[in-house]
Design a protein around this ligand. Sequence first.
Ligand code: UD1
Length: 423
Amino acid sequence: MGCINLAEIIVNGGKRLSGEIAVQGAKNSVLPVLAGAVLCDGECVIHNCPDLSDVQTSIKILQNFGAKVTYNNKTVTVDCRSISYYEIPESLMREMRSSVVFLGGILGRMKRAVISSPGGCELGPRPIDLHLSALKKLGVEITEEHGFLNCNAENGLLGCEIHLTFPSVGATENIILTAATAKGVTVIHNAAKEPEISDLADFLNSAGARIYGSGSDTVYIHGVDKLHGTTHTIIPDRIVATTYMSAAAVTGGEVTLTNIMPSHMVSILHTFRESGCDISVKGKSLKITSPKRLYRVPTIRSLVYPAFPTDAGPLLIAMLATAQGTTVFVENIFENRFRFINELNRLGANIKTEGKVAVIEGVKSLSGAKCVCPDLRGGAALVVASLVARGESEITNISHINRGYDNIVGVLASVGADINVKE
Ligand code: UD1
C-alpha cells in the first residue's frame, strides 16, 4: 500500500477544477466490515477498500489476531479461521482510535478481548461508555487495570434490549457485531442510522447473520450460531465526495463525481445548492457546476444522520471562507472540531469561533501560507482552501489526511489542481 508519510503537500492555488473523479470506498464502512470478518468462518472478499493508513492499521489488527489477510487492488481478502489471539496492541489502538470497533468482532469470535483504553483523540475526549455498558448488558464482564480493558464473555453472550442515550455510530456497530452470534434477540433502541451501519449489517447478513432494521433507529439482531465467508463491496465515501465537491466549488469549477450514493448525501447536496452550486444527479453520479463566487448559506448545524454530518463541517467551512456574506456553523458532535480554523485564518480567512459556533465572514480572496493539519477532516479542509489561495501553500503533518483519503493529491491533480507532494 502506497501511503505517504513525513511528507508535505504543496499547492499553487487559483486553478479552476474540471473533469471527472471516481470516489473511493468509505473508510467508516471498511473498518467495521473488517471487524465483522473476524466473526466469519470462511474467506471474506471485500471490494472497494480504499488505500488508507487506517485500512493498513485494521489489517495489522487482523494479522495480530492470527488472520490471513491480503490487500490487492482495493480488495481485502481476509480469512479469520486461524484466529487464536484476542488482544489489540496499544500501539495500534493509538494509531487509530476507531480500533475500538474490533472489540465487538473479537468478543463475538473468541469470547475474550483485551484493548488499551482508547482515551482521547484530536477531536477531544472520545469516551466509550456507551459501548461498554451495552456490552455488559450482553453478558461481557469488563475490568480495567493498568490502562487496559479486559473483556470476558466466556459464560456466553445473551441477546437483550439496549437503549442508547445517544445514537453513537461506534457503539451501534459494536453492539451489532457482538450480538450477531449471541444467543437470542438483541434490540437496539435509538440506534445510529448512518449509511455505514447499514453497510455493516448488509455485509454480516450476506455472511449469514439476521439483522433487521439497520438504517432506522431500532435494529433487531437475531443471533445465529456462526457466520460464513462472503463477498461484499464497500459503499462510496460520502465525506470524500463532499471534499471533492468543495474543491470544485471553491475554485468555481465543474466536476463530475462517479461511484457516489446521492441518497446518502441529501443534507450535503442541499447545502451546496444553497451556496449557488448547480448539482445534477444521475444514478450513482453527479455533476457540480459552481458559480464564480459562492454565496453564504443559512446556519448549518451538524447532527446525527440524516442531518448534516460533523465530518463534512470543516470542508464546508473552508469552502464558505471565500463566499459572499457570512455563514454560521454550529458543531454539535465533537468538542475540538475547530482546531483547523486557526490554520485556515493563516490563509487569510476571517473565521471566529466561540464554543461550538463558528462565524465565517466570507473574504474576497485567500493567500497561500504554511499550515499544519491538526486532524483528518481539518487537514482536508486546508487542502480545499489552498486550492483557491493565491500563491503557494505548504501543508504539513499530512499523515492525518492519509488516514482517510486515497491519493488526494493525484485525484485533485487529475482535475487540474496544481498540487504536489514534497517528500
Ligand atoms: C464515527 C465516525 C466519525 C464520525 C462520527 C459521528 C468511524 C470510524 N468514525 O465516530 O468519522 O465523525 O461517527 O458521525 O465511523 N460518545 C459518548 N460515549 C460513547 C460513544 C460516543 O459520549 O460511548 C459521544 C462522542 O464523544 C461524540 C458523539 O458521542 O461526542 C458521537 O460519537 P460516535 O457517534 O460514537 O462517533 P464515532 O463512532 O466515534
